[in-house]
Design a protein around this ligand. Structure first.
Ligand code: PMP
Length: 421
């Protein structure tokens, strides 16, 4: 079968008919070579510096090493570079070594893991937590372990891929993004058909930066005797008076039945967590296969313990982040760009055309700005965009450099403006 490379996306190469696994890989390699030749492969650039607000990238097509303002990191408060976080991680390695050597049930459960579980549970004013080696696994493994044959999982259509993976092979239905009427229809129909009904939402949605209508969703789901699972990977540290995320806005700490998240963004490290009632957490510790049969996080995760404390000890980072978000979103809006409905540190500029999105991304790179083009299937083809994340450690000068680059883009490329949307 022949795929038109000019209009194709990665999804077209997942399982084209008539090829074995090696044939599929070979054909996909041809496509990647084509994209590279067309300067359209804007992914997996090599970073050769630390992951701060400015990074050095090594891009052969751009003559090698260069310096760029980075808008690709989810390290919102800059904690991966904080001296106290680094010091705690280094202490962890010096005291315990570089690895734990075993999965948690059979020798890999250390005191810093227990401390981390206690600390992240307390952070959300709850009793119990389990930690995983990535946020992705926390989500997928938890759903895989919890949803039984006679249960149903209902997902907002814009939740993260890791949650969708946890729904594989399960009874699953999807509701339109934040559409309460649609969700109610599904819950009404499901009431007497399934033993448990879980509803999965993100706190902050990762492509648009908009928020779940959490209090309305919690009320609705509980009215229909279901349970809410919320992944607030992008809300923690960013949203709420004390940075607890979307849950804090309406004081829903005890109402969201299961809270999940990651240590890879605001906490500046790697790993995931699930916070819920003690019995459910204990069940997961011995029934969630990806936890049970996989090695535990390294001693460097002691850095996370410090990062959790810093959210309360140094709230100024969140204030700086929001100063940056405000400066940036105001600037983009004044250029007439469509940034959608963001309420977080994720800022999309919607372009709505694959080719043009690529061109904008390259144009920004040439202006010393590193930002990700987001394409189908991550978003629909008419919804392609440049997605950016702000950090507390960006300076006003960094942000102005990015705004100037966008101003130049609007002069040189037929990028859509809000009035035209
Ligand atoms: N949930 C959301 C909403 C995410 O955006 C991501 C990662 N991009 C994850 C979960 C997975 O977390 P991690 O990268 O830490 O595995």
């Amino acid at each position: 079968m022949k795929i038109d490379f000019a209009t194709a996306s990665f999804k077209d190469f997942e399982d084209p008919a008539g090829l074995d696994a090696f044939g599929r890989a070979g054909y996909f390699n041809e496509f990647l070579d084509y994209l590279e030749g067309e300067e359209r492969l804007n992914y997996r650039f090599e970073t050769v510096s630390s992951a701060g607000p400015v990074v050095d990238l090594f891009i052969p097509a751009f003559g090698g090493k260069g310096s760029y303002v980075s808008l690709v990191s989810n390290d919102y408060l800059g904690f991966s570079q904080h001296h106290l976080v680094k010091k705690a991680a280094v202490f962890g390695i010096q005291y315990y070594g570089t690895g734990t050597g075993a999965s948690p049930a059979i020798g890999g459960h250390f005191s810093f893991h227990r401390e981390l579980e206690e600390k992240i549970a307390a952070f959300f004013r709850r009793e119990s937590a389990i930690i995983y080696t990535t946020g992705y696994t926390a989500n997928s493994a938890t759903l895989l372990a919890l949803i039984g044959k006679e249960d149903l999982v209902v997902t907002d259509m814009k939740i993260h891929a890791s949650m969708f993976e946890g729904c594989m092979g399960k009874n699953q239905k999807t509701f339109r993004h934040n559409d309460l009427e649609h969700l109610e229809l599904i819950l009404k129909d499901a009431r007497d058909k399934y033993k448990t009904r879980f509803v999965v939402v993100d706190g902050v949605y990762s492509q648009d930066g908009d928020l779940a209508l959490l209090s309305e969703i919690v009320e609705l789901v509980h009215r229909y005797e279901g349970y809410v699972i919320m992944d607030d990977a992008h809300g923690v540290g960013v949203i709420g008076e004390t940075g607890r995320g979307v849950i804090e806005l309406d004081d829903l700490y005890q109402q969201v039945d299961i809270i999940t998240g990651t240590f890879s963004k605001t906490f500046g490290h790697l790993g995931g967590y699930v916070v819920a009632d003690p019995e459910l957490i204990r069940f997961l510790k011995f029934q969630s296969r990806q936890h049970l049969f996989s090695v535990t996080g390294t001693p460097a995760s002691m850095g996370i313990l410090k990062a959790i404390e810093l959210i309360d000890e140094e709230p100024e980072w969140k204030d700086l982040l929001w100063e940056n978000v405000d400066r940036f979103t105001l600037g983009l809006k004044s250029l007439g760009l469509d940034i959608g409905n963001t309420r977080s540190a994720i800022v999309p500029v919607k372009i709505g055309d694959m080719e043009l999105t690529n061109k904008v991304s390259r144009h920004l790179l040439r202006a010393g700005v590193y930002a990700n083009p987001i394409m189908y299937p991550a978003v629909s083809k008419k919804d392609t965009r440049i997605r950016m994340s702000l950090m507390a450690t960006h300076t006003a000068a960094h942000i102005d450099q990015v705004l100037n680059a966008f101003e130049d883009v609007t002069r040189k490329l037929p990028i859509r403006r809000v009035e035209e949307v």
